[in-house]
Design a protein around this ligand. Structure first.
Ligand code: NAD
Length: 290
């Protein structure tokens, strides 16, 4: 396929390189001049989109996505697929999809989980919103860039799935970290805490697969000085998107709201920027009740 790829940052560049390796003809564009291994370079987003069967965007925010959509939709061929893999707000995803459909395109919102490692290894999970035709056309590309693609329903539902998942993740990571800090103060060894909780009703992905305590459980960023992994500021972004969506949908999400406040403080006032989101554990360790 001929693929335009816009946004060649930490995630976009390795995803585009994997498409090239799989034999696709990829032309990339990034405002910062970033490139992807093996992909040719366009001078503008519109040039990357012209004549492409599929245009993939991997951008930082909904506002930037809307801006790029204005540039590329008029340049795209009728029937082509606009595949946005960025994590953005549900409203922007739905607005861009409507604009693309009105111009005779298929539109998919397909945010990912799996991080930079998953992008490089081609093992991402895609959560996809949009029409069946677009999903069928993009399926071979999901197979190259990832290990799983779940069709979650109409446009915006991919973003909805992503932010609900990450709201659970933020909340369970905080709960796991505060419980470890309490266990420390009660004199319970971390290894014993892990052995019990990971096989009891308190288990979760945060405890079992990504344990925030160094030297305990499987290898995780805690064993590497809390280098990300998944940075606290990216968790903050996703928790902000989930609260924005909860406001718009009038949903009561008190735990999500509390997690947003804690990560906001951690990133903005407590030196959490640039650390893995599991570094909440040393934060709690240092604190007292009042
Ligand atoms: P990044 O900042 O490394 O890359 C974004 C790229 O977009 C940059 O290279 C930037 O120059 C480019 N860009 C910005 N505006 C542009 C424009 N108008 N035209 C063309 N290019 C433009 O970010 P990233 O880590 O690659 O993340 C991309 C998206 O994936 C984000 O929405 C993020 O939330 C999501 N995501 C990231 C991770 C992760 O672990 N990094 C995991 C899951 C999802």
């Amino acid at each position: 396929m001929k693929i335009g790829f816009i946004g060649l940052g930490n995630m976009g560049a390795p995803m585009a390189a994997n498409l090239v390796k799989a034999g696709h003809d990829v032309i990339g564009f990034d405002v910062a001049g970033a490139t992807a291994e093996g992909a040719s370079v366009a001078k503008s987003a519109a040039e990357a989109a012209t004549g492409a069967d599929v245009v993939i965007t991997m951008l930082p925010s909904g506002a930037i996505l809307r801006d790029v959509a204005d540039q590329i939709i008029p340049a795209m061929t009728n029937g082509a697929v606009f595949l946005d893999c960025s994590t953005v707000d549900v409203d922007s995803a739905r607005a861009v999809a409507e604009q693309a459909q009105a111009a005779g395109l298929s539109a998919l919102d397909a945010p990912v989980s799996g991080g930079v490692g998953g992008a490089a290894g081609g093992t991402l999970t895609f959560m996809v919103g949009g029409d069946d035709t677009g999903f069928a056309k993009a399926a071979p590309l999901f197979e190259v860039m990832g290990q799983k693609a779940v069709h979650c329903g109409p446009s915006g539902n991919g973003q909805a799935a992503k932010i609900c998942n990450n709201m659970i993740l933020g909340v369970t990571m905080i709960a796991t970290c505060e419980a470890f800090a309490l266990a420390d103060k009660l004199g319970l060894a971390r290894e014993a805490m892990f052995d019990v909780v990971s096989t009891s009703s308190g288990y979760s992905w945060s405890m079992n697969a990504y344990c925030p305590a160094p030297g305990v459980g499987p290898q995780s960023p805690a064993d590497n000085g809390y280098l990300p992994g998944f940075a606290a500021e990216l968790m903050l972004k996703d928790l902000g998107l989930s609260q924005q969506a909860a406001d718009a949908a009038d949903a009561d999400t008190p735990m999500g709201a509390a997690a947003l406040e804690l990560y906001k403080r951690f990133v903005e006032d407590e030196d959490g920027r640039g650390k893995d989101f599991s570094a909440m554990l040393p934060r709690f360790e240092k604190r007292a009740r009042s």
